[in-house]
Design a protein around this ligand. Structure first.
Ligand code: AMP
Length: 457
């Protein structure tokens, strides 16, 4: 018996037998690493993406713990979207086939409220839902969590991206403190660490090894002696690599604006950030870039400091950094979280000394063909909508997700980041669906109120 055999676990024999009939022959890495601790009652943070088998890891954990005879909600799984909640509920149902009469209920926004109340009144063992709708049930006292023994936060990073932090905190407050808490997340930014500190008790972290664990940054150097050459090199490289998110570093504020203006002139979806922008302009620029509705951000080193984005496909040094450490810092922004990334440095013959300081055996690469300039420029995958209502108008992420999905709306998995500020909210939606999204919010209102909505791009 190997340690990746399910039979090495203290699982109920019926659950084990069913795994065999599902064709689950051995545990996936995240299951082998997390299940012993989960079955032991420990809090566990699992770093694993969809496809890693994480649902079965927490699904088996919560089924193992369940008392079928008690029709009280004993486990709750929070998911960012209805699509994921449906998938999770389906997987748990599959795992639970061998146990009779297990009731699993999904409670998600975008679905009518009334039938959910009816189902809750009939009793359920496991609830899988989205934070906005669960919070609403708690406010209306239609859902009681005082018997919950296991709480799962699935795709926690995406829930935070969608602005569900406050909702999660409010929900967790209603769950008994002596519960077991599991958190799964594909990435592990500071915000996840913060939430784990707040809601978990001595968690164990398990990290499923991936085939492409090591990040790979490919560095390229291109010589461009005049301003015109530099600009056209940048355009060619952007046209060739077609990044969803590229960060271009300039050494001066003036250059950032000039470069961004010129890129926009040539049809690129670009913005500049530098110290002369006011707070709102800066926030909006960062939101649009993080939402992937603007694909190129041109920045100084100082202005880029607050930027915390893992998924940069391309970093361009429009000028060689003054200091080797700054260079390393700049290029380290690509290729994070196991992704591959490209870091490009443009240099002129007057910058050779700075280049030597990098101590990198630089060999100048040959610039790709300028025929790339004739190709159509890739449109951003997402579009940002700005809603004239925010925290002061009591708008919550769940209201926006609810307002966009459901009949005549768009699927929840086509919604990207949601950011709510005092008086405005920003939501990213897939560009192809932006008209449907706009119409849905305008026609159906949000929380019964009409808010002005417009495309920010
Ligand atoms: P998930 O990462 O939870 O979305 O799971 C990905 C897929 O793998 C699902 O379709 C599961 O049914 C399947 N799966 C989960 N665990 C196993 C296993 N140990 N062996 C084979 N398939 C599995």
């Amino acid at each position: 018996m190997s340690t990746s055999d399910f039979s090495s676990l203290k699982l109920h024999p019926d659950l084990l037998k069913n795994l065999g009939s599902l064709g689950y022959e051995s545990m996936t890495p995240i299951q082998a690493l997390s299940l012993p601790a989960i079955l032991d009652g420990k809090d566990v943070i699992g770093q694993g993406k969809t496809g890693s088998g994480k649902t079965a890891a927490f699904g088996l954990g919560l089924l193992h713990k369940l008392n079928v005879k008690s029709y009280k909600v004993q486990s709750m799984v929070l998911c960012p979207t209805r699509e994921l909640a449906d998938q999770v509920a389906a997987e748990i149902r599959k795992l639970a086939r061998a146990i009779h009469n297990i009731k699993i209920l999904t409670l998600c926004g975008g679905a009518p409220f009334g039938p959910q109340i009816g189902s809750l009144e009939h009793g359920a063992h496991i609830v899988v839902g989205t934070p906005g709708r669960i919070e609403e049930h708690l406010r209306k006292r239609t859902l009681k969590l005082e018997h919950v023994e296991m709480l799962v936060l699935d795709e926690a990073d995406r829930m935070l991206d969608m602005g569900f932090q406050d909702a999660i905190d409010n929900i967790v407050e209603k769950v008994p403190a002596n519960r077991q808490t599991l958190l799964f997340s594909a990435t592990y930014p500071q915000e996840i660490e913060d939430i784990a500190m707040r809601v978990m008790h001595n968690p164990i972290t398990v990290n499923a090894p991936e085939a492409h664990e090591a990040s790979t940054i490919k560095q390229c150097f291109y010589q461009a002696n005049t301003d015109d050459e530099r600009m056209s090199a940048l355009r060619i490289l952007l046209a060739k690599h077609k990044p969803d998110s590229a960060l271009v570093f300039c050494n001066t504020k003036l250059d950032t604006q000039d470069v961004a203006d010129e890129l926009v002139h040539y049809g690129f979806y670009a913005l500049a950030i530098h110290g002369d922008l006011d707070q709102r302009e800066r926030d909006q620029a960062l939101i649009r870039f993080a939402n992937k509705s603007v694909s190129v951000l041109v920045a100084t080193d100082v202005a880029a400091r607050g930027l915390d984005i893992d998924a940069l496909d391309l970093v361009v040094n429009f000028n060689v950094a003054h200091d080797p450490e700054v260079h390393v810092h700049r290029i380290g922004r690509t290729g994070r979280a196991g992704r591959s990334g490209i870091a490009v440095t443009l240099f002129s013959d007057r910058e050779t000394r700075k280049l030597e300081a990098l101590e990198l055996d630089v060999v100048a690469d040959v610039l790709p063909s300028d025929t790339y300039l004739d190709k159509p420029i890739k449109r951003p995958t997402m579009t940002t909508l700005k809603i004239d209502g925010g925290k002061k108008q009591k708008l919550r992420p769940g209201d926006i997700v609810g307002g966009l999905t459901g009949q005549g709306g768009i699927p929840g998995d086509k919604i990207g980041k949601i950011t709510i500020s005092s008086n405005w909210s920003y939501v990213a939606v897939e560009s192809g669906l932006v008209k449907t999204a706009l119409k849905k919010i305008q026609n159906d209102k949000l929380k019964g109120k009409t808010f002005r909505v417009r495309i920010l791009s």
